[in-house]
Design a protein around this ligand. Structure first.
Ligand code: GRF
Length: 188
């Protein structure tokens, strides 16, 4: 029986795409039941439509995080979703939600955590002229970019242009996220 997951994303969705591609190539055995998105113009929505995956658009202007997450817990429970994959989701989840999916929420972050927690991790690495940039996939706990690490890896970026650096880091993310999900699924 395939495990069921939801992806939460707010932006471009290249990690969402990498997960879908891995499922389509059969290198990942997972059923993405829904994309949860908080930005109506996010490109990840087009990607989900293309993949025939339902989209749940949430509006943080109209409802409180508590109301949204209570609704999400009900929807996700009805869909029998076991894993939440955060892929560039810019809203902070409340402890209520994190508790109800304890050790089942996974996030990808473009740094070698605990270095550069929070937003703009790649920009910080660029500012510091780091020669190596990391990517971390980790379980989510109540603190920002903090939970137990599933996998980490790095890329050498010395001498590359900014554009090349972003490209390399994202390419690593796409491989690493799929690897991490496979590791998590193997543990079950
Ligand atoms: C990625 O860099 C990820 O590590 C971070 O948000 C970004 C999302 O990129 N959490 P994309 O929308 O998947 O292209």
């Amino acid at each position: 029986m395939l495990k069921k997951a939801a992806v939460f994303a707010s932006g471009n969705g290249s990690n969402f795409q990498a997960i879908c591609d891995a499922i389509n190539n059969k290198t990942l055995q997972l059923d993405i039941k829904i994309l949860v998105c908080d930005k109506e113009d996010a490109y990840v929505i087009d990607r989900a439509i293309e993949q025939d995956i339902d989209v749940l658009l949430i509006d943080y202007q109209k409802q409180t995080p508590f109301e949204i997450e209570s609704m999400l817990i009900t929807v996700l429970r009805d869909l029998k979703v076991e894993y939440i994959l955060l892929a560039g989701f810019l809203k902070k989840l409340t402890p209520l939600f994190i508790k109800s999916y304890h050790n089942k929420i996974i996030n990808i972050h473009p740094s070698l955590l605990p270095k550069y927690r929070g937003l703009h991790a790649i920009e910080q690495a660029l500012k510091n002229q780091d020669r190596i940039i990391g990517v971390t996939v980790h379980y989510v706990d109540e603190k920002l970019d903090n939970g137990p690490i599933i996998i980490q890896d790095t890329v050498e970026v010395f001498g590359l242009s900014e554009e090349e650096i972003y490209k390399k880091v994202h390419e690593l993310e796409h491989v690493l996220y799929v690897k991490a999900i496979n590791l998590v699924l193997e543990e079950v």
